[in-house]
Design a protein. Structure first.
Length: 670
């Protein structure tokens, strides 16, 4: 009964003038009556210069992203009351035009509260002077929200899915724990203004004090491999390890633990399972806060994605998929700090929002861009089969951190066909190789296998003529089936009465049998990509000079939320100062400045203007030279030294000896 109600409530018969009808049932989304498993990537248009949007959205699409998610930060648009700024990188409509050109649907996360590590969660400072209660049904607050939503609609009008535009959905508020009637009030405002979309969403965490009517908003979930928001300054804390085990429980008990208090025991599970299992915040990486600076690995994002897919998720939404840079504020910086009026849980960098994402702050293609891409190709080409499949859990679902007593696996099946999902990886743990493993799914028994430590993969069962394979399906195009050879696992391909053993990857041009092609992991991640051009940089290294030693060390204070506070602008008057001279370099504008350094916090300036900053965690500080002011070739680098016994978490990759050091400054390809 619940499933039929959901279909009726969410289908809404919305069809684009030039597109196809979108419907959502209790299991999956369909576009044009075809089940799909989208890969949704979060990118914040107002954190990227407008001139870069086209190239960056195209990179997302090339990475296998089939849907865009994006916050609309209120204080990026109306930082000063009544003065709306939709210009430059704040031009939402121009960004939607770019998404439309790439044929990528967009889910707008409207707020009014977004968080996103933005000052006051995106709510403008001036609103807190109005005497109304924010994020409530206070009529005065809703009056201001309505005014803001009307402004957003001026950008969206004519760009909705029904009009042939890209906007397919909207999220109301974010991580809200109060009464569902507030979320319904926001939806009523949006509908009254003219929003008419195929679906509406909310975050599925934490549990609401009272529900929204069933079918009005799809709850979307998330998980992260680590969190800057954790109050601890120790490694491996929290419940993040649970993201690496297959289980039915959809929500996370690790997200935003500085502000939310909930447990696995909460949640109306029957109602939850009547909705499809979609995510909007599967960690593509993680930011660094001043007090806690996680170092994420490519395998973290990939393992979580495979686990969610194997746990029944039919939409993988990554936060973030593309990093960014905070725009300049008109009166203040726009980052979250403990000293702001609201949403003052953590101190975040002033400018950078790199997030260690698949696509970095400047569009750098990080290793997990390619790692996730092969999964996204699979979701595109096999989503129609995968979407209706139910998840089966042959293993324990609730286990201790680092449990190495069994192989973690699940499978999804329907009508005798299926996929086996294997995850022998957990962040910061060293899971051992699992020997003499016998997998059985859909009535098919695999031969004994050894699953090496760190292996994350998907095996097909009774799919595309394959009875079973110990290789991962990647794509099917023009009748050709492409599989990835899993390192350390002998490749067996059982087709009909034939069992082909110990196959070796021959690449995308030479089949290993009939129309089946076996690829290395690197080939799988780059399948169908044109050969990426690499630009040789025939330039010398920048000229680096230390022009000032550090002054007295600052006193690191503990803020209102009981974690260390980041340095102020004034603190950088006592920083070590280097000059970086680029004037002798030939055309470095398409390149990145790569600063390998050791220190507490580094800032980069041009003519006294702050360009970017970096909380040191062992990774280099990078900056896009194409973003420099015109004719600017001389920069200033300021670094605050590390101090002894700082109340800060640093990962093992960081050199935490007191002091500072610039090891090397180079020019690299993005």
């Amino acid at each position: 009964m619940l499933l039929s109600v959901l279909v009726i409530s969410l289908t809404m018969s919305v069809q684009a003038a030039l597109g196809e009808r979108i419907a959502i049932n209790g299991y999956y989304m369909s576009i044009g009556d075809k089940p799909v498993v989208p890969a949704m990537g979060e990118v914040h248009y107002s954190r990227i210069p407008a001139g870069e949007w086209s190239a960056e959205v195209h990179k997302m699409k090339e990475g296998g992203i089939t849907m865009i998610a994006c916050y609309v930060f209120w204080n990026h648009i109306e930082e000063l009351e009544g003065q709306y700024d939709w210009s430059g990188q704040r031009d939402l409509r121009a960004f939607l035009e770019v998404c439309k050109a790439e044929e990528l649907p967009v889910v707008l996360r409207l707020g009014p509260f977004c968080h996103g590590e933005v000052r006051c969660g995106g709510i403008p400072d001036w609103l807190f002077t109005k005497g109304c209660k924010s994020r409530s049904e206070d009529p005065l607050f809703l009056k201001y929200v309505q005014r803001f939503y009307r402004q957003i609609f001026t950008q969206v009008q004519g760009m909705q899915w029904k009009d042939g535009g890209p906007v397919v959905g909207a999220q109301f508020d974010n991580e809200y724990r109060g009464h569902g009637s507030y979320l319904m009030a926001l939806k009523k405002i949006a509908l009254g203004i003219g929003f008419d979309l195929p679906f509406y969403t909310r975050t599925g965490w934490p549990e609401l004090a009272s529900p929204v009517p069933f079918g009005e908003m799809i709850p979307l979930y998330g998980d992260y491999a680590d969190g800057f928001w954790d109050r601890s300054i120790k490694e491996g804390v929290g419940n993040y390890y649970k993201a690496f085990n297959f289980r039915q429980f959809r929500s996370s008990t690790a997200i935003a633990t500085e502000q939310l208090d909930y447990s696995e025991g909460n949640g109306k599970k029957d109602e939850e399972r009547a909705y499809p299992y979609f995510t909007c915040e599967l960690g593509g990486g993680m930011m660094t806060a001043y007090h806690r600076r996680p170092y994420l690995y490519p395998e973290d994002a990939y393992s979580m994605a495979v686990v969610k897919l194997g746990s029944g998720s039919n939409l993988l939404g990554y936060y973030m998929y593309h990093g960014g840079t905070n725009p300049d504020g008109k009166r203040t910086y726009l980052n979250e700090t403990q000293q702001t009026i609201a949403t003052n849980y953590n101190d975040l960098p002033v400018k950078t929002y790199d997030f260690q994402a698949p696509l970095g702050e400047f569009g750098q293609k990080n290793p997990h861009y390619y790692m996730l891409r092969k999964l996204h190709l699979f979701m595109q080409d096999y989503g129609e089969q995968l979407a209706p499949m139910t998840a089966v859990y042959p293993c324990k679902q609730d286990i201790p951190q680092g449990d190495d007593s069994f192989l973690r696996w699940s499978y999804r099946e329907k009508d005798g066909c299926g996929f086996v999902f294997i995850n022998n990886y957990e962040r910061l743990q060293h899971l051992s190789a699992k020997r003499d493993i016998r997998l059985e799914a859909c009535g098919v028994l695999f031969p004994k296998l050894t699953i090496p430590a760190g292996t994350v993969c998907i095996f097909p069962v009774n799919v595309d003529g394959i009875k079973y394979a110990t290789a991962q399906l990647v794509a099917k195009r023009d009748g050709k089936v492409y599989l990835e050879q899993i390192k350390g696992v002998p490749t067996i391909l059982a087709i009909g009465n034939k069992v082909l053993k110990n196959l070796k990857a021959k690449g995308p041009d030479v089949p290993v049998y009939q129309n089946y092609y076996l690829l290395t992991s690197e080939q799988a991640g780059r399948l169908f990509l044109d050969k990426e051009a690499r630009h040789d940089i025939a330039v010398k290294a920048p000229i680096i000079n230390k022009v000032k030693e550090a002054g007295p060390l600052r006193t690191i204070t503990i803020g209102v939320n009981k974690v260390a506070e980041e340095p102020s602008d004034e603190d950088f008057e006592q920083a070590v100062v280097y000059t970086i001279d680029l004037s002798h370099l030939s055309s470095p504008d398409s390149c990145l400045l790569n600063i390998d350094y050791r220190g507490d916090v580094a800032r980069l300036y041009a003519d006294g203007k702050l360009l970017d900053d970096n909380f040191y965690n062992g990774r280099p500080f990078q900056y896009a030279l194409w973003r420099l002011p015109k004719d600017c070739r001389k920069l200033q680098l300021r670094i605050l030294p590390l101090q002894k016994d700082m109340p800060v978490f640093f990962p093992k990759e960081a050199d935490t000896r007191p002091g500072e050091q610039v090891n090397q400054v180079t020019i690299i390809n993005p």
